[in-house]
Design a binder for this molecule. Structure first.
Ligand code: GLN
Length: 245
C-alpha cells in the first residue's frame, strides 16, 4: 500500500487561523483513496530527521511567534527545510509559514527577522492589516483554477527573480495589494496567504499536492476521482459571492 509521510512544521507555534485543517484535508483525501499517511510534528528544539518526509506543511502565526522561531531556524531547521525544498519535496506554506521561507520579514515596527532564504522573496509589515475573504486564479494540473480563502496579514511580500507567483488576484489583496500577485511557486513549494483552512474548499489544490508527492515517491501520479460535491458547493458559493459569478 502506498504511503506518504507528512511533516507539520512548528504546529505548536504557527497554529493560528485553523491552518492545521490543511493537514487533515490531505490525510482524509489520501485515506479516501486507501493511501496510507503518517503525520509527524517538528517543533522548536526537535532534532527530527526530515529527509524521509514527502509533504511539509507550515501554518500561519503572529509576528512575535515568527520571532520565536529564529533561533531554531538558525540552529539547523532552516538548512533541513532548504535541503528538502531543493530536493523537490512538496511544501504547503501559509502566510507566516510562507514568509519564513523568504529572505527576511521587516515588521511594521521595524524589527528585521532574517529567515530561511530558501525562496527569493522578502516581506515588509504594514500598520494596516490586509484582512478578508479573497480569491485568486492559478494553474493546477494544467487547468486555470480559482482558489478561495481568507487573508489576514500585515506583511506585504515581494517576489524576486528566482520565484514566480502562484496566482493572480481576482478579489482581495494577495502578496502586497499592489502587483496583483498572490503566493509563490518554486520547485514543489506552494506558498499562499490563504487561510481558511484553504484546502478543504479547494480540493483540486489538495490533489495537486498529493499527486506531486506520489510522483516524487512512486513515479506515478494517477489519483482516483472522489465525490467532491460538498467541497465544490462550498467553493462555488464563495466564488459567486466574491466574484459575482
Ligand atoms: N505575522 C505575519 C503578518 O502579519 C503573518 C500573519 C499570518 O500568518 N496570518 O503578516
Amino acid at each position: 500500500m502506498k504511503k506518504l509521510k507528512i511533516c507539520h512544521l512548528y504546529p505548536d507555534v504557527l497554529n493560528l487561523y485553523g491552518d492545521r485543517g490543511n493537514v487533515t484535508a490531505i490525510k482524509k483525501r489520501l485515506e479516501w483513496r486507501s493511501i496510507e499517511s503518517e503525520i509527524i510534528n517538528a517543533n522548536i528544539g526537535d532534532k527530527t530527521d526530515l529527509s524521509d518526509c514527502d509533504i511539509f506543511f507550515i501554518g500561519g502565526g503572529q509576528d512575535f511567534e515568527q520571532e520565536v522561531l529564529l533561533k531554531d531556524i538558525a540552529a539547523g531547521k532552516g538548512r533541513a527545510i532548504t535541503d528538502a525544498i531543493e530536493s523537490g519535496k512538496v511544501f504547503l506554506a501559509i502566510c507566516a509559514g510562507y514568509q519564513i521561507l523568504g529572505k527576511y520579514y521587516k515588521t511594521h515596527t521595524g524589527e528585521v527577522y532574517n529567515f530561511i532564504g530558501a525562496l527569493d522573496l522578502y516581506t515588509v509589515g504594514q500598520k494596516k492589516r490586509m484582512i478578508g475573504n479573497y480569491a485568486y486564479e492559478c494553474e493546477i494540473d494544467g487547468k486555470k483554477t480559482e482558489i478561495v480563502g481568507f487573508e489576514n496579514h500585515s506583511g506585504k511580500t515581494y517576489l524576486g527573480e528566482g520565484v514566480r507567483p502562484f496566482g493572480k488576484i481576482l478579489y482581495g489583496n494577495g502578496n502586497n495589494s499592489q502587483d496583483k500577485t498572490e503566493g509563490a511557486r518554486y520547485k514543489n513549494v506552494y506558498a499562499t496567504y490563504a487561510h481558511g483552512p484553504v484546502l478543504p474548499k479547494n480540493p483540486a489544490f489538495t490533489d495537486e499536492l498529493i499527486r506531486t508527492a506520489l510522483k516524487n515517491k512512486y513515479g506515478d501520479d494517477v489519483l482516483e476521482a472522489i465525490d467532491d460535491t460538498f467541497e465544490n458547493n462550498a467553493h462555488d458559493y464563495m466564488v459567486r459571492r466574491l466574484l459575482n459569478k
